[in-house]
Structures are given as structure tokens and as C-alpha cells.
Design a protein around this ligand. Structure first.
Ligand code: UGA
Length: 441
């Protein structure tokens, strides 16, 4: 099938590449000419395991092309995806200007019938706005072309996006149009392993499904962070509690890890946007507001543990930070808990020596060169001359460190484990003070 995709960001590039991989003929369009030129040379600027070689192979095979010419893409696509960004507005609602600008462009150039697919995470009711925008642009040209708008939310996890796309849990299609369902079925046939995984519903339910999924996952995390805070006060270990509840299949093992708070481009933005939608409809979303508030507080938790240990005297101290990205296997720093911690430490007069396997250049881009930030080449280099170690992101290589070496390098020999990677007893046996999240000490 001939597919066009607007937006070569995270979602657009993964979608386009995976659709090309199964044989569809894909054109990706982006307004950023430098990005398009880079992609045409096989340069993939985002770090996503497995993606870059797939982009290059499909590009070389001629099934995946990149352009900045929207007309070419609109002429090409029998299915046209909108996968541009929806950054949060000042009030937390999703900013639709890029989505609607694409809709307008489609309306200005559409000649042949097409199916327009909303892939971006957009508030309930956006498909109707996209439809109205395309219809208005067509009317302004005085032409009539058949088109449908379908909602098809994505459920990709950063770091595992290619796998998620190639082997989806489910594909959600929101439309009332039988022909559109058939087109989407043909498009996704190579990815559907069971009929149950292809779920068709009305447009608004599909749009809400996306937010409900992310809000549920964020709720699980905030819930566990709340339990961790209680555990800390009553002298219980949340890691024991986690193991005690995860085996109940109704609760499950996933997304019950307490930590430094959730970050990334999705959970913070989507929980806020859904809460905003509820408020706009005159409903007070008490649970969603609490999920967000608990997370905001949690992002300061590591700093509070440090303050307590040092009786507030953080000025002049140097801390080694392991991990900057909002989670492992990505260089993404959006809403990363590390950012809050860095700013708090700097404001308190402390210095940071940080190591992250992928996010150093992103950190440099965000914060620039600073005297109180040293970006190191390895986790052990970050320890040299530091007072204590703070673990913020659970990269695999941090899981089994050499504790006696840590003991030797640190002036104060304390570990603040923001991801509960270590056994307190083992750390303490090495002569290092241990602080975790919700570990009763
Ligand atoms: C999330 C969802 O998991 C995807 O299904 C969804 O498609 C995506 O958002 C999206 O809307 O685009 P992502 O943001 O890439 O994916 O990352 P997650 O793996 O879900 O992690 C989010 C945050 O939660 C991270 O900061 C992580 O450290 C934190 N987390 C996760 C915890 O603190 N505890 C857990 O138990 C799990």
C-alpha cells in the first residue's frame, strides 16, 4: 500500500520504518529540511535500539523515502498518517497547532480519495477537528474529494519501540466507516497475530483509550511511590511489599517499581492533558490530579534524602550521578527526574559529576557548559573525588557495581539509590551507607 507519514519524530519514524519493513511503500515528510537530508543519508538522530539499520535497509530498498515536500506525500498516500508533536500548552492541554496545520495542508492539496489517520496523541474530539479542517480547506478550493479520518493511537515504549510496533499488544482503530476499517485491516495485517488484537471502536473511545492506558500506568507508579513513602515511615521495605503483591495477577508485576518519579514525553504530558480535558468538561478528576501531584513530589525525594543525610549542608559537596535519561535505553531527557535533582543540587551549592551511557550530549544541549556539572566517560570516572553516589536511572551496567571500589572512591561512602537497584545489606556490608526509596531506612 502507498503510505505517507507527516512527522519524522519518534512516532512517525518508527511507524514509517516498520510499515516499510513489511513491504508498504512509505514516504515520510517533515518540514525540517536538515532532518530530511540527514535521514536520506541514513542518519537517524534519535537513539532507539534496532531503528537505524532498519531505516537504512528500507531506504536502500526504495520502500522508505524522506521529503520536505508535502505535496509529494499527499499525492502518494492512499493512507496519510498525522504523527506530529502535541506539546503541552501552558495550561497542560495538548497543543494541536501542528496537527491542524497538517490537516490544513492535506485539505489544500488532496486530489484523490484518502484515509487520514491520527497517530499523534490527541485529546478526545480532535479527529472531528481534523475532519472539519480538511473539509474547510477543500471547500476553499471549491473541490470535493472523499476522505475519512481515523484515530489509531500508538502504544510504543521508548527503547523498545520497534519491537512494540512489530509485535503489538493491540491495534486500536477508531472509526464508524466500514471501508476505513478494511483499509486499516489490510495495512496492519502483517502485524496482527490474533483477531482479538485488532480492536475497532468509535473515534472518541479510541482517542480516550490512549489516555486511559497511559494514565493507568502512571497511576500504578504513583500508587507504589505513595506506598514507598508510607513504608519509609513505618519501617517497612517497599521491595518486599512489591514482591508480595506482584504475584497477584490482578495486580501484576509491571509498573509497580517505585523510584524517582516517572518522566518522559508521555506520562507527565498525557496525565495532565486528560485531567485538563476532564476539568474543561466540568468534572474534577481527583485521582488524575493526585497521580500528578504524587509524581511531582516524588521527583524531589532523592534531594530530600540527601538533605536529611547532610543536615541541609549540601553547599560545596560533590555528587556522582549515575543516569540522566528518564529511563534506560534512551537518550531522552524530557521531564526526566534527573533534571529536577540537578537543579536542586546546583541551587543548594553542590557540584555534580554525572555519567549516562547515552544522554550526555542531550544534557549538554539542555544545560550548556557549567562549572558545577562535569559529564564523565564512565560510571567509575564520575566517582573520583565525589562525596556520595546518587543513582537516578537504572541502566543495566549499574546493577552490579564493584562496591569496594565505590567505597574507596567516595569521600563519604553513601549511596542514594533512586531505583532500588541494590540490596541494602550488601551495600552496608561493604561499609557504605545506603538510602533507597521506601526501604524503611
Ligand atoms: C509510555 C508507555 O509505556 C507506552 O505504552 C506509551 O505508548 C508511551 O508512553 C507513549 O504514550 O508514547 P515511555 O514514556 O516510553 O512509554 O516509557 P515507560 O517505559 O512507560 O516509562 C515511563 C516512566 O515511568 C519512566 O520514567 C520510568 O522510569 C517510570 N517507571 C516505569 C517507574 O517509575 N516505575 C515503573 O514501574 C515503570
Amino acid at each position: 500500500m502507498r503510505i505517507s507519514i507527516f512527522g519524522t519524530g519518534y512516532v512517525g519514524l518508527v511507524t514509517g520504518t516498520c510499515l516499510a519493513e513489511v513491504g508498504h511503500d512509505v514516504i515520510c515528510v517533515d518540514i525540517d529540511q536538515a532532518k530530511v537530508d540527514g535521514l536520506n543519508r541514513g542518519e537517524v538522530s534519535i537513539f532507539e535500539p534496532g531503528l537505524a539499520p532498519m531505516v537504512r535497509a528500507n531506504h536502500a530498498a526504495g520502500r522508505l523515502r524522506f521529503t520536505s515536500d508535502p505535496m509529494m506525500a499527499i499525492e502518494h498516500g492512499e493512507v496519510i498518517f498525522i504523527a506530529v508533536g502535541t506539546p503541552p500548552d501552558e495550561d497542560g492541554s495538548a497543543d494541536l497547532q501542528y496537527v491542524l496545520a497538517v490537516a490544513n495542508t492535506i485539505g489544500q492539496h488532496l486530489q484523490m480519495p484518502a484515509l487520514v489517520v491520527d497517530k499523534s496523541t490527541v485529546p478526545v474530539g480532535t479527529a472531528d477537528k481534523v475532519r472539519a479542517t480538511i473539509a474547510a480547506a477543500l471547500a476553499a478550493r471549491g473541490v470535493q474529494v472523499d476522505f475519512e479520518v481515523v484515530s489509531n493511537p500508538e502504544f510504543l515504549k521508548e527503547g523498545d519501540a520497534v519491537n512494540d510496533f512489530m509485535r503489538p499488544d493491540r491495534i486500536i482503530i477508531g472509526t464508524d466507516d466500514a471501508e476505513a476499517v478494511e483499509t486499516m485491516r489490510r495495512l496492519y495485517a502483517p502485524f496482527v497475530r490474533s483477531r482479538d488484537r485488532f480492536v475497532v471502536m468509535d473515534v472518541r473511545s479510541a482517542e480516550l483509550t490512549k489516555y486511559a492506558a497511559n494514565a493507568m500506568l502512571a497511576t500504578k507508579i504513583s500508587f507504589m511511590n505513595e506506598i514507598a513513602n508510607i513504608a519509609e515511615r513505618v519501617g517497612a521495605d517497599v521491595e518486599m511489599v512489591r514482591q508480595g503483591i506482584g504475584s497477584d495477577p490482578r495486580i501484576g508485576w509491571q509498573f509497580i517499581y517505585p523510584g524517582a518519579g516517572y518522566g518522559g514525553s508521555c506520562f507527565p504530558k498525557d496525565v495532565q492533558a486528560l485531567a485538563r480535558t476532564a476539568h474543561q468538561h466540568g468534572f474534577e478528576p481527583r485521582l488524575l490530579d493526585a497521580v500528578e501531584a504524587v509524581n511531582e513530589r516524588q521527583k524531589s525525594h532523592l534531594f530530600e534524602l540527601l538533605q536529611r543525610h547532610y543536615n541541609g549542608a549540601l553547599a560545596g559537596k560533590t555528587f556522582a550521578l549515575w543516569g540522566l535519561a528518564f529511563k534506560p535505553n534512551t537518550d531522552d531527557m524530557r521531564a526526566a527526574p534527573s533534571r529536577r535533582l540537578l537543579e536542586q543540587l546546583w541551587a543548594a551549592g553542590a557540584k555534580v559529576q554525572a555519567f549516562d551511557p547515552e544522554a550526555a550530549s542531550e544534557t549538554r544541549r539542555i544545560f550548556g557548559e557549567r562549572e558545577d556539572l562535569l559529564l564523565c566517560d564512565s560510571e567509575y570516572a564520575a566517582l573520583a573525588g565525589a562525596d556520595a553516589l546518587v543513582v537516578v536511572t537504572e541502566w543495566k551496567q549499574f546493577r552490579s557495581p564493584d562496591f569496594s571500589r565505590i567505597r574507596r572512591e567516595l569521600a563519604d561512602a553513601a549511596i542514594f539509590d533512586g531505583r532500588n537497584l541494590y540490596q541494602p545489606d550488601e551495600v552496608e556490608a561493604a561499609g557504605i551507607a545506603y538510602y533507597g526509596i521506601g526501604r524503611g531506612r
